[in-house]
Design a protein around this ligand. Structure first.
Ligand SMILES: Nc1ncnc2c1ncn2[C@@H]1O[C@H](COP(=O)(O)OP(=O)(O)OP(=O)(O)O)[C@@H](O)[C@H]1O
Ligand SMILES: [Mg+2]
Length: 242
């Protein structure tokens, strides 16, 4: 979780932004390590347990025994599913596996599947040319903004829009929910602060526009200089997700 102690401000020194960048990198590495351990150790152990339970279920036994084993298998399956979700949330490995655009699409789908909310997604078809730090910052920012929409907004719809020019990338996440007073919100959680820190660490900035009962719009802008690792055309694909 981002630390409030390293809050970044517009007039921050380069050292401060380098400090934030190192801190965020260390956090990502830690998350990656935890996610790997959960996958390789806990996940593997649960799969072995599942295998043993299936063997027991195939053996002759009383109806009561079989019932208990079935129940255990169901509980185990739910636990494995929960673990998979936790691993996916923890690790931006999903970025390596799916690429940023599909990873964003998946996050949007998770929200629309679990809530009565419509979503509009407007992102370039291919962003594989972005450098990894920027990909992680975008992925984590959208993740937090969508968590906030799910947790606080009571919105009927939201949109995620990502645009690139030669020199900048802009990300906008907007909803038509209950809104809030950004000044008061500063004192509450870590999410918005973390998003601002991520943007500042990469030389970017974030604006939040929200008023009670008037929805929320978050705009983040990142400079692209030196943040492309492959040539890309940034062409846009419009998708109505749900
Ligand atoms: N989309 C939104 N709609 C309505 N209120 C919001 C929205 N996003 C943020 N808020 C308000 O701003 C506050 C601060 O958000 P922030 O993400 O920083 O913290 P949090 O979500 O409360 O906690 P955390 O992110 O640390 O788990 C929230 O508590 C909520 O009141
Ligand atoms: Mg939050």
């Amino acid at each position: 979780m981002p630390s409030k102690a390293v809050k970044s401000h517009a007039g921050e020194t380069p050292d401060m932004s380098e400090h934030s960048r190192q801190l965020l990198k260390a956090q990502e590495e830690e998350r990656r390590r935890i996610s790997r351990e959960l996958h390789d150790e806990t996940g593997q152990a649960l799969m072995v347990l599942r295998f043993h339970l299936e063997m027991l279920a195939a053996d002759n036994g009383s109806a009561e025994h079989k019932g208990k084993i079935e129940e255990s298998l169901e509980l185990l399956d739910r636990t494995i599913e929960g673990l998979r979700r936790t691993i996916a949330r923890l690790s931006p490995r999903v970025l390596e596996e799916l690429g940023l655009v599909s990873a964003i699409r998946r996050q949007v789908e998770i929200v629309t599947r679990h809530m009565e909310i419509r979503a509009a997604l407007d992102v370039p078809e291919d962003l594989r040319w972005l450098d990894h730090d920027l990909e992680v910052a975008i992925y984590r920012s959208i993740q937090e903004a969508l968590h906030n929409i799910a947790k606080h907004s009571r919105a009927e719809s939201f949109s995620v829009r990502l645009r690139t020019t030669d020199s900048r990338l802009s990300l906008q996440i907007a909803d038509d929910g209950v809104g809030f007073s950004p000044r008061a919100a500063q004192l509450r959680g870590f999410g918005l602060t973390g998003m601002r820190e991520r943007a500042a660490a990469l030389g970017g900035s974030m604006k939040v526009r929200s008023k009670p009962d008037q929805g929320t719009r978050i705009q983040i802008s990142f400079p692209l200089n030196g943040r492309k690792h492959r040539a890309g055309n940034g062409s846009l694909e419009r998708t109505a997700a749900a």
